[in-house]
Design a protein around this ligand. Structure first.
Ligand code: HEM
Length: 491
């Protein structure tokens, strides 16, 4: 306590301007790259502020584990954003929920749905959904991205709401895509800090005043977010009344609660379901897009994986989860893909609940804390030649401590008490999609009219996810045998 009062030396960082602070240093595009250049200049912990609101970037695994995990009791809160939370109605979503009883209740529900044992029971479903994805891509490869979106959303809609998506134009999917885009590219863009978060009194301005346009935007977005949470949930309740509901996460919990369900339980199920649905979409799409990109960029890796799969699976069937232990190169490829892609490069911000001191540096209560996962996964001491895509690095024989330190899963899903609850689902769903696509398709650069290979244009514009903008590629079935297997796989 004594030290906390005495030390007032903030961690280093780029020099702020008077009053406005580092507002000009922030960017909505690839903020992780800027944060990494600060890390290279200032070290493992960097502090900036915007109108006095502190933002800290943790750039090494050691400092992140020390603060976000060991001191998790005070580093697990979420920012009380006026714009995102109150005005846009996102404060009910798990990723925005303040640390306390509500967040603990919601996380308990998610663990029930997404723990490793529960996920194993979804494996048959994952295989069926993957076969649907393969057939759709084989039939219409140019629109592969729509089918990946349908796969990512369809999976959670089925598991969470017992809802079967029939086409890539499904209205539930379209609503989710629109809402997730608003969330990451509008509401949470640039760290999610709006002028009204710094000056909460602005929310009382009349909407017609110049500068108060954010209020109209917030009202529209809030209505969308409520529709996003309510529609699939209410539709499921109706199917339960009609006796046509498929068993799923929500129906199991609603049946358990029966007629005695109180408003708190109803609220928790509704918003937890919505959070799992919304959090699974862009993350899954992002890693599958990166998978396709790496197959284009490193064809020798795809070929090696194809050979390994052929030697284990043969030519007469598609891969299944039972093949996983026999495919060590595919396993290493998946680890390197997770390291390479870094779907959420700065994680999601946590809010420090009390003043704290780390190595003599003062961190004030209310600071927003970002884990710079991008930087950590390019640490040359842990990953020699980090700029080289090398699955082999995960095949080396190393001791347990080194293996744990290298495993990208210990970084990409965040840290501490708010760590991603969807990681076990991704562990399975990404593996089966990757392995099945490698086994069935050749994925290469798109060709222009003259038949020349076209280099994919890779641009990252999403503020939160390292999601490439849509790019062209050529995906085709490898052989007549693959065609028979894919087109004949159970519908
Ligand atoms: C490759 C895929 C994914 C990646 C890289 C990823 C990454 C992350 C990260 C970095 C966080 C922030 C953790 C923190 O605050 O420290 C997070 C939170 C979250 N993720 Fe994921 N995620 C993925 C897939 C999923 C899936 C499939 C689901 C659901 C089915 C999901 C549900 C959530 C939820 C609900 C949260 C908020 C947790 C909380 O604030 O307590 N994620 N994820």
């Amino acid at each position: 306590q004594q030290t906390k009062k005495v030390s007032r030396a903030y961690p280093p960082g780029p020099k702020p301007l008077p009053f406005v602070g580092n507002i000009l240093d922030l960017t909505a595009i690839e903020l992780w790259m800027r944060a990494t250049s600060w890390a290279n200049q200032f070290g493992e912990i960097v502090y900036i502020h915007v109108f006095g609101q502190g933002l800290v970037f943790l750039n090494s695994y050691e400092v992140t584990v020390e603060l976000m995990e060991k001191r998790g009791a005070i580093y697990s809160d979420k920012p009380a954003f006026v714009m995102a939370g109150e005005l846009c109605g996102c404060d009910n979503m798990v990723a925005f929920t303040r640390y306390g009883d509500k967040s603990r209740r919601q996380r308990r529900l998610m663990t029930q749905a997404l723990n490793p044992t529960a996920i194993r029971t979804y494996q048959p479903l994952l295989e069926i959904e993957t076969h649907t994805l393969l057939r759709a891509i084989a039939t219409d490869p140019k629109n592969y991205l729509n089918y990946i979106r349908r796969y990512a959303g369809g999976l959670t809609l089925l598991v969470i709401y017992g809802y079967q998506v029939k086409s890539e134009n499904d209205p539930s999917l379209a609503l989710a895509t629109e809402c997730v885009d608003i969330l990451s590219n509008q509401i949470a863009s640039g760290g999610g800090i709006w002028p009204v978060d710094i000056f909460p009194a602005l929310q009382h301005l009349p909407s017609w005043l110049p500068g108060a346009g954010f209020k109209a935007k917030a009202a529209t977005w809030k209505a969308k977010m409520e529709e996003f949470a309510d529609k699939p949930y209410e539709a499921l309740k109706q199917r339960m009344l009609d006796g046509t509901a498929l068993s799923c996460f929500c129906s199991t919990l609603l049946e358990e609660a029966g007629d005695k369900i109180d408003s708190e339980r109803d609220f928790d199920i509704r918003w937890t379901a919505n959070s799992m649905y919304s959090a699974s979409l862009d993350t899954t799409i992002t890693v599958v897009q990166h998978f396709i990109l790496t197959m284009i960029q490193f064809p020798e890796m795809m070929q090696r994986a194809q050979e390994e799969i052929e030697s284990v699976v043969g030519h007469g069937r598609l891969p299944t989860f039972t093949d996983r232990p026999s495919l060590p190169f595919v396993e290493a490829l998946m680890s390197e893909l997770l390291r390479w892609s870094v779907a959420v490069p700065l994680g999601l911000p946590h809010r420090l609940m009390e003043d704290d001191v780390y190595n003599g540096m003062f961190l004030p209560k209310g600071t927003l804390v970002f884990a710079n996962v991008w930087k950590m996964l390019r640490n040359p001491e842990v990953y020699p030649n980090p700029e080289v895509f090398s699955p082999e690095r995960f095949m080396e024989d190393v001791d347990e401590v080194t293996a744990k330190r290298r495993d990208p899963r210990n970084y990409v899903f965040g840290f501490g008490r708010r760590r991603c609850p969807g990681m076990h689902l991704i562990e399975q769903s990404l593996w089966i999609v990757m392995t099945s696509m490698i086994s069935s398709f050749d994925i290469t650069r798109a060709k222009d009219a003259a038949g020349n290979a076209v280099e994919p244009v890779v641009v990252f514009e999403n503020a939160v996810f390292r999601q490439p903008n849509p790019f062209e590629c050529d995906i085709r079935l490898r052989s007549e045998q693959s065609e028979r297997l894919v087109m004949g796989s159970a519908a």
